[in-house]
Ligand binder design. Structure first.
Ligand SMILES: NC(=O)c1ccc[n+]([C@@H]2O[C@H](COP(=O)([O-])OP(=O)(O)OC[C@H]3O[C@@H](n4cnc5c(N)ncnc54)[C@H](OP(=O)(O)O)[C@@H]3O)[C@@H](O)[C@H]2O)c1
Length: 337
C-alpha cells in the first residue's frame, strides 16, 4: 500500500525537501497503523526538517511530531479499526516517520483515544503546541496559580504555544500580559484575551539587575535566556514560571536570589515523554471545560505549503497554528520512497 509523504534528504552539507510516494511496508515496526488526516507545524518540526541533530539523526526522514487520524490496524487489544486517535511526542517525527505522511505506524503506548468533545481537525489545531500550553497551565495551577493572583506573563505570545496559552488563560479568567516581537499582531493578541502587551525588548529590560519589581502571579515561557530569568525575577512571592521552550536560548543567566528571597518556583514542562495517562487527562480537559475556539489562529497547510511555513517558524515569523491537511491532494516532487 502506498501513501504520500514529505521527505527530508541529507544532501551534501544541506537538507532538501520533496513530496514522494512511500510504501507502508517501509514504515517502522509498531502496533498501530494510522491513516493520518491532520498533523500540525511546531518549532521542532522546523528543527527536524533542517537537520538539527538534537531532534533527528537519521535521514531520509518524514517530520511531523503530531498526528490525528483513524486506526487502520492494531496488533493489541487497546484499539480497534476506525477508532479516532491522536499521537503527540515520544519519538514521532524525530527518528520515527511522522505526521507529514498519510500513514504512521507507532507503538500502542504512544496513542491517545480522541476524546469525544474534539474533532480530528480541532485536535491538530491545538497540536503539540496547544497541548503544551495546556500542560503549562495545568502544572502552574497545581503549584497554586489561580485567577486573582496577579497578571500571568506569556512569552513568544504570537507563536503556537504562546497564542494558545494566552487564549486559554484569558478564558479561565486570568489577566494576561503577552510578550511579542511582532508589533503588527497586537490586535490579534487582544482578541485572544491579552490585557497587556509588552515588546521583547521591554521583557529584556533589567537583565543586569538581581531582582525586578514583583508583578506576575505566574508565567509561561517559550523562549528561555534573559527573558526567562527576567520573568523569574518579576514573580510575586511564592509564584511560579512554567518553562517549556528555547527559541531565544537554551541557557538561563540565573542567580539563586529570586528563589531564596521570594520563594518562587521554576517548573519544567515536557510534553514528549509525559506518561500516556497524563496526556489523556490533558486532552480530556481540552475537549471539555478547557475547550477553545482557535479559528482565529489557524493557517491551513498541506504537504506543499508546509515547506514555506517551516522556513517562517524557524525565522520566528509564524503566527498562531499551522494545521497540515493530509487529505489534500498534492503534486509529487520527488521519486522513490
Ligand atoms: N517542552 C515541550 O514539551 C515543548 C512542546 C512544544 C514546544 N516546545 C518549545 O516551545 C517553543 C515554542 O514552540 P512553538 O511551536 O510555539 O514555536 P513558534 O510558533 O515558533 O513560537 C515561538 C515564538 O517565540 C517568539 N520568538 C521567536 N524568536 C524569538 C527570540 N529570539 N527571542 C524571543 N522571542 C522569540 C515569537 O513570538 P513573538 O513574535 O510573539 O515574540 C515566536 O512566534 C520552542 O522552543 C519549542 O521547541 C516545547
Amino acid at each position: 500500500m502506498s501513501f504520500t509523504a514529505l521527505r527530508i534528504d541529507k544532501s551534501g552539507d544541506g537538507f532538501s525537501r520533496s513530496i514522494v510516494e512511500r510504501q507502508v511496508d517501509d514504515l517502522p515496526a509498531g502496533d498501530v497503523l494510522i491513516d493520518v488526516h491532520y498533523s500540525s507545524l511546531n518549532y521542532k518540526d522546523g528543527l527536524s526538517a533542517t537537520g538539527n541533530p538534537g531532534v533527528t539523526r537519521n535521514y531520509p526522514h518524514t517530520p511531523g511530531i503530531d498526528a490525528a487520524g483513524v486506526v487502520l490496524e492494531c496488533a493489541t487489544a487497546d484499539l480497534d479499526p476506525d477508532d479516532a486517535v491522536v499521537v503527540t511526542g515520544f519519538d514521532l517525527g524525530m527518528n520515527t516517520a511522522g505526521g507529514y505522511g498519510q500513514r504512521i505506524r507507532v507503538p500502542a503506548g504512544w496513542v491517545v483515544a480522541l476524546p469525544s468533545g474534539l474533532t480530528l481537525h480541532e485536535s491538530m489545531l491545538l497540536g503539540t503546541a496547544g497541548f503544551t500550553a495546556a500542560l503549562c497551565v495545568h502544572k502552574l495551577e497545581q503549584a497554586g496559580m489561580a485567577p486573582g493572583v496577579g497578571p500571568i506573563l506569556v512569552t513568544g505570545a504570537t507563536g503556537g504555544v504562546g497564542s494558545v496559552a494566552v487564549k486559554l488563560l484569558a478564558q479561565l479568567g486570568y489577566d494576561v500580559t503577552a510578550v511579542t516581537g511582532k508589533a503588527e499582531q497586537h490586535e490579534l493578541l487582544r482578541e485572544l484575551g491579552a490585557t497587556d502587551i509588552i515588546s521583547r525588548e521591554a521583557a529584556r529590560d533589567g537583565a543586569d539587575r538581581p531582582l525586578l519589581k514583583e508583578v506576575y502571579g505566574g508565567a509561561i515561557d517559550t523562549v528561555g535566556g534573559e527573558i526567562l530569568f527576567n520573568a523569574i525575577k518579576s514573580l510575586r512571592y511564592g509564584c511560579s514560571v512554567a518553562a517549556c521552550g528555547l527559541v531565544d536560548s537554551p541557557q538561563i543567566p540565573a542567580s539563586v536570589l529570586p528563589f531564596i528571597l521570594r520563594h518562587v518556583n521554576l517548573l519544567g514542562v515536557d510534553s514528549v515523554q509525559l506518561p500516556l495517562g497524563q496526556k489523556q487527562e490533558i486532552w480530556e480537559k481540552l475537549a471539555g471545560g478547557w475547550k477553545l475556539d482557535l479559528s482565529a489562529l489557524e493557517e491551513r497547510l498541506n504537504l506543499e505549503s508546509v515547506s514555506g511555513a517551516i522556513d517562517r517558524i524557524l525565522a520566528g515569523k509564524m503566527v498562531g497554528r499551522g494545521v497540515v491537511d493530509l487529505t489534500a491532494s498534492v503534486r509529487l516532487t520527488g521519486q522513490g520512497s
